[in-house]
Design a protein around this ligand. Structure first.
Ligand code: ARG
Ligand code: GLU
Length: 723
């Protein structure tokens, strides 16, 4: 038994420690030093300095962070950018009405004059990256509390300001890497006039919707196009009719060659957040406690919203984006649990920790510093357990019920009046009108009341008494646990929850009236009680334990880099620019099931269900298919749609370009395969795959389907590996 256990440990270790070709989200400035050799051995034909170079135009100059939540890339000399349909969705939705339904029908500007501005949407280029660890950590000592440490670092970073070389129109930010062991500075250029150029109908851009989301085989044309506008000097400028299309330092060339199994690919973009270096106890908690709880709460919420959306076209438009975003993480967490379980991630983390401990124990200097580290971390996580669960219950419940958000906007206003007086209060009213107006646009009282009923019931029934506000318990008792009745009473006759236009008008005419009404708003009273009970029973505890965990995790990170010398470390994703690379490859999700790496339009037609809200196919696309009218984009009579590869991506990489060995654009990243979504916690080459739309499908839809061939004219197309 012992021998088996030992060889099992050794086996896992081999998997865990060897530097795997496909894993990692690498900082572009270290590619030459850390990755170039391996990238070339995997097939890359260009060099690291073609990807990242601060002295001449390089691929990085074609990559933008889109609004801070997605990635986009410049694909023409006139500032045209490509991103996902789901990244542009907010913009598409904002310009849609029942009569002019761009979600349903798509939108294509026939000329630049028809491109639609999107106030608030911006794109950010990265001009330069520099390491600033020394300056950031100057004067920081071991004995400091987390708070003292952070404020010292904040001061250091603020002091950098005058020394950062940059143009007046450029900005910069500093981020922590490796859990606070390293710091990097990013000089940026942000353009704020970004206009919608085109989007396919949802039946193409979000084909398969939530059923197919996170799934392979996939058949979605998940793309949309925008254009960056600049001042006449090509510099960033606020929106103006006089702005002109931005002339980029670099626009990507597009290859029509497609990909074969084993081909080199890389994905360049802004991955949001990963946690690759957690203690096994933390991973275990995610699998057993947090993910299951969050999934179950969202099950309920989605059930409610879906019921309404299927019956009511207006609610369907209003709640489309909200539903998609709630369901997106809900489904991802399920895949995460599945993948972590099927690949024995916890056992692998334990084996890794055991090896770490063994090496630490064998070295007196390490032992002195890190001897008790793993034990301390484990103890901290045990303590965190129930508070982490209470946090999940609270945030998943509170943030779903819009009555609370509405009430809280008015509370803020009341707070301003109380603290800063009448003038400040009056000044703050217009902003409140604006944010409430935004909330109301995507709000239906019927939906929210049902959400309140269902979620408050779950919140109350599932949790131990210590996390339930006494006022809530009293309410529940007085309603004899009839949450429907309680919801009814709370929502009926409350203008804030039922009559948005009236509240907005009152805010303008007599804002004090709105404050007074909110004092009587029972949903808001409950919200304040829940909020204060949470603050005293959970937040306080949690922030203490979390500070300890952060400090231990930071030490663990540093220790791993010192102790596991043969391992090549990459920093966790933190919404900064990264490169990931891997070969095109299928996978085997479970016994007897093997997935190929390409999908075709034939697969779209296989899934086609006339009139279905997820799998309908527009008539024009069916006709193009029937006539095999694929133009220059088809191959051997077939139209490629999506493909997968081993690139290590995460949320935020949506819209990232997939580049081939020559650095040409071949696809657009938009998702990962379900079984492998645990790559955020433990990348596993056997099942972790990123999903991309083939660029030929994008161009086929733009050109043949939408008749917007003038956009293709702007682009630079290359064939047969020619540069
Ligand atoms: N899963 C992808 C991502 O995380 C796509 C989400 C949008 N698509 C959808 N059907 N909800 O962003
Ligand atoms: N769809 C994700 C996004 O919005 C990308 C998929 C992933 O999480 O890998 O960024």
């Amino acid at each position: 038994m012992k021998a088996i256990k030992r060889s099992l440990v050794a086996f896992f270790l081999l998997l865990v420690i060897t530097a795997r070709a496909d894993e990692g989200m690498w900082l572009p400035l270290f590619l030459q030093q850390l990755n170039e050799k391996q990238m070339k051995s995997m097939g890359m034909k260009i060099s690291a300095s073609d990807i990242y170079n601060i002295n001449k135009g390089s691929l990085k100059d074609a990559i933008v962070s889109l609004g801070g939540f997605c990635t986009g890339e410049v694909i023409s000399e006139q500032g045209l950018i490509l991103t996902n349909h789901h990244c542009g969705f907010d913009a598409i939705q904002n310009h849609s009405t029942l009569e002019r339904n761009y979600i349903r029908d798509g939108f294509w500007a026939r000329n630049k004059g028809e491109e639609i501005p999107n106030p608030g949407l911006f794109v950010t280029f990265i001009v330069r990256i520099e390491e600033v660890t020394k300056s950031a950590l100057a004067g920081v000592t071991q004995g400091m509390t987390e708070q003292e440490r952070q404020s010292a670092i904040d001061k250091n970073i603020a002091a950098l300001r005058s020394g950062v070389k940059r143009e007046a129109y450029q900005d910069y930010f500093v981020r922590s890497f490796f859990e606070g062991n390293q710091y990097f500075l990013f000089v940026t250029e942000t353009y704020k006039d970004v206009r919608l150029v085109g989007a396919p109908p949802s039946a193409i851009g979000n084909f398969g919707k939530d059923t197919d989301n996170w799934m392979w085989p996939r058949h979605t044309g998940d793309f949309s196009m925008f254009r960056i506008y600049a001042g006449t000097d090509n510099k960033p400028a606020e929106f103006s009719e006089n702005n002109v299309p931005y002339k980029p330092k670099k626009a990507l060339s597009i290859s029509l060659d497609g990909m074969k199994e084993g081909d080199f690919t890389m994905v360049f973009g802004f991955p949001g957040r990963t946690t690759q270096y957690l203690h096994s106890a933390a991973v275990e908690q995610i699998v057993k406690v947090n993910d299951p709880a969050k999934i179950a709460i969202r099950d309920k919420a989605l059930g409610v919203i879906d019921g309404f959306m299927r019956r009511d076209e207006q609610i369907k438009i209003q709640y489309a984006a909200k539903y998609a975003s709630i369901s997106n993480s809900w489904k991802k967490w399920q895949g995460e649990v599945l993948g972590l379980t099927s690949t024995n991630a916890v056992a692998k983390k334990k084996a890794y920790a055991a090896e770490f401990q063994k090496r630490v124990n064998a070295n007196p200097a390490f032992k002195e510093q890190y001897g008790t580290l793993l034990g301390d971390l484990e103890a901290a996580y045990q303590e965190l357990n129930k508070y982490g669960l209470a946090r999940d219950y609270y945030t998943e419940t509170i943030s779903r019920i819009e009555a609370f958000a509405l009430g809280s906007r008015i509370n803020s206003l009341a707070g301003i009046k109380q603290k800063n007086g009448d003038k400040a209060f009056k000044d703050a009213v217009p902003k409140t009108i604006e944010t409430l107006g935004e909330l109301y646009k995507e709000y239906s009282p019927a939906v929210d009341k049902k959400l309140f009923e269902v979620l408050m019931q779950k919140f109350t029934n599932d949790q131990p008494e210590e996390f339930l506000a006494p006022e809530l318990l009293t309410l529940v008792k007085s309603y004899q646990s009839d949450f429907a009745k309680m919801a009814d009473d709370f929502y009926t006759n409350v203008d804030l929850l039922n009559n948005g236009p009236k509240v907005l008008a009152n805010l303008k005419a007599n804002p004090d009236l709105v404050l007074m009404a909110n004092d009587l708003n029972k949903a808001n009273q409950l919200f304040l009680q829940l909020n204060s009970h949470y603050a005293s029973t959970v937040t306080k505890k949690l922030s203490g334990i979390q500070a300890r965990v952060n400090q231990l995790q930071r030490t663990y990170m540093k220790a791993q880099m010192e102790v596991m010398k043969e391992k090549k470390f990459y920093p966790d994703a933190n919404s900064t620019l990264r490169v990931t690379y891997g070969n095109v490859k299928g996978y085997q999700p479970r016994d007897a099931v093997k997935f190929d790496f390409y999908t075709y339009l034939d697969g779209v037609m296989d899934k086609y269900k006339p009139g279905d809200y997820e799998f309908d196919v527009p008539e024009k696309l069916r006709t193009l298919y029937k006539n095999k009218d694929f133009g220059q984009y088809g191959k051997n009579g077939k139209m490629p749609v999506c493909f997968i590869a081993m690139n290590h991506t995460t949320g935020g990489n949506s819209g990232s370009p997939a580049l081939d060995a020559n650095g040409n654009l071949v696809g657009l990243n938009f998702d990962r395969a379900w079984e492998g979504t645990m790559s955020d916690i433990n990348y596993d080459p056997s099942i972790c795959r990123n999903i991309m739309v083939d660029i030929r499908y994008v161009l086929f839809i733009v050109d043949k389907y939408a008749g917007a061939g003038h956009l293709v004219q702007e682009m630079k197309l290359v064939r047969a590996g020619k540069k």
